[in-house]
Ligand binder design. Structure first.
Ligand SMILES: [Zn+2]
Length: 116
């Protein structure tokens, strides 16, 4: 994997390493803080309330998934275990955002309804 900004290898922060926190994986592959900084607007630097809620939901699902696998040492996980974990976490995050959007749409629909 190369840096998104320049042709050097993307090693900065070992962003690709599975043992690093998920937050690191949300960054753009980069070779250095300098190159990463050019993508600042693409990162979730300041998560809003909805994103924080979605992360909490994803964190709960992550814990449940780890309990289900029964081994907390992720280095012992199979590729299938790891892929399932990522699917569960990403799915929970996206589902949470969608559920929040549906709730907001329902609230907005109440105030936009034309009086009959
Ligand atoms: Zn670079």
């Amino acid at each position: 994997m190369t840096c998104r900004t320049c042709p050097r290898p993307a090693w900065h922060w070992l962003w690709w390493h599975p043992a690093r926190s998920l937050r690191v994986h949300w960054t753009v592959p980069s070779c250095s803080p300098f190159c990463l900084n050019l993508w600042r607007e693409r990162r979730m630097v300041d998560p809003n309330d909805q994103e924080v809620a979605a992360m909490l939901t994803a964190g709960d699902i992550a814990g449940q998934y780890i309990d289900a696998v029964g081994r907390t040492d992720m280095a012992t996980w199979s590729e299938q275990d790891w892929r399932g974990f990522i699917e569960a976490v990403c799915g929970a995050y996206v589902d949470s955002l969608i559920e929040q959007q549906i709730a907001i749409n329902s609230a907005v629909a109440k105030v936009q309804a034309v009086p009959g």
